[in-house]
Design a protein around this ligand. Sequence first.
Ligand code: ME8
Length: 528
Amino acid sequence: MKQRFYVTTPIYYVNDSPHIGHAYTTIAADILSRYNRLQGKEVFFLTGTDEHGQKVEKAAAEKKRTPKEHADIMVDNFRNLWKRLNISNDAFIRTTDDAHIKSVQGLLQMLWDRGEIEKREYSGWYCTPDERFWTEKDIVEGNCPDCGRPVDRIHEENYFFLMSKYQERLIKYIEENPAYILPDTRRNEVLGFLRNNTLGDLCISRPKNRLSWGIPLPFDENFVTYVWFDALVNYFSATRYLVPHPENAKLGDFWWPANHHLVGKDILTTHAVYWSTMLMALNLPLPKNIFAHGWWTVHGKKMSKSLGNMVDPNAMVEKYGVDALRYFLFREVPFGLDGDFSEQALINRINTDLANDLGNLVSRFIAMAEKYFGGAIDIERIDAGASREFEEQCAYAHMNVHRKEYWSHLQFSLMLENIWAIIGEANNYIARKEPWKLAKENTDQLKIVMFNIWNALRITALSLYPFMPDTAGKIWIQLGLKSLVDEAKQYSPEIFEWDWKPSYEIKVSKAEHLFPRIEIKDKNKDRG
Ligand code: ME8
């Protein structure tokens, strides 16, 4: 049976407009999915939208729509963006899906029957916009510690998930499974928090008279489910009805547990603490990994509607292309750390790494191959001589691109650095070998050199595919190969080796330059 790989993104609030932060997590999941598919695994890549709660209810009322009508309109902002960014998700979950609602209710009933949920009198400070309770010591001068807006004092009865009793078990689990929460800094933060604080129980309901847009508790119609309980369950509920062959899910052949839950650092606690303890109470296995990546800011500031500084991925794609944006986000900042987004930095990456290093290499190589041999590459050439050094350097960088620790720890920027090491080697090799001289002096040697560059570009295209699928596919075709995805699947794993050769003749062909340079007008010049 094929190995399985299940990766998730957070389900984004349907009411918000997606920005580069949302694009970031989703592209990361896409990179992992594409890579694992190419390695021959059966992949389930899940993303979706979080559609219940007060904010959706309020926004819908303002627009004179029902919450569901509002969600049905807003969800397309996400769906369309994912298409535009070349996201290869296998499913899109909405928390308003009937099957998800039934799943949430089924799990709640199970927890209720097992005595894991209790009804209690409750009073606390409530931040309405954030839909979050705070304790006396959390609030800052009568305001929400998170968003700074005023909080309200609320007394009511509510249902609580008895989370506190799992504190020790969770600490032990995280200690014994070093890869459960990554990166390590985040793991240490969660452990520090759990060791130094007493975990409370989790309020998992809202009275219907205060909030009606939610999933009714199966054991008390007067309450709806707290958004986070509803939302977190998506990762499991999807494995019951959205996976390939859902009929197997019914037979107990589950996709669960996920290999990676990718989240931003803002929602690490809800995943590492709430979700983990919910799963423990349900007797379900925990995901293999929760990876909390860093935060994109703009000029050092948090992106927000009120500051008007949200970077719209659609606009970036329009101006610079999908692959340039995908590349930039994962090359510029190691996954896990925070980064500051600037268009200037994006342009610099396009002009240096993409136009100069990669684009020029491809077009120079194709032009030379056409000039010297009418585009034909002699793939039977084997170099026994000095240029094995080139092969060895490429092979070393290529091995790094595929390093297991990089992939298990999501070190995307290191993989890209190694791909660029191959590109750099190929550029140096051309400078060293001077094919234009060989063309006059030694065409046998020239054939070997051309084959080696061709092969380095073939390996580059394969390695680039998860990050820049469109560009990788274009290079593949220019190299005279047939179809990157089909051939990679058909000839995996040998195709990833330096020595792999196609079984047909190769003729390269010119196409448009992959990444034209972006010229920036010098503002000072305009001023005269
Ligand atoms: O929290 N930098 O949804 P959400 C990097 N519905 N990533 C960012 C970012 C930024 N500036 N801003 C947002 C929710 N993100 C819940 C999730 S999951 C069961 C429920 C990304 O729409 C990042 O992945 O606020 C973050 O965790 C997520 O968007 C929050 O999305």
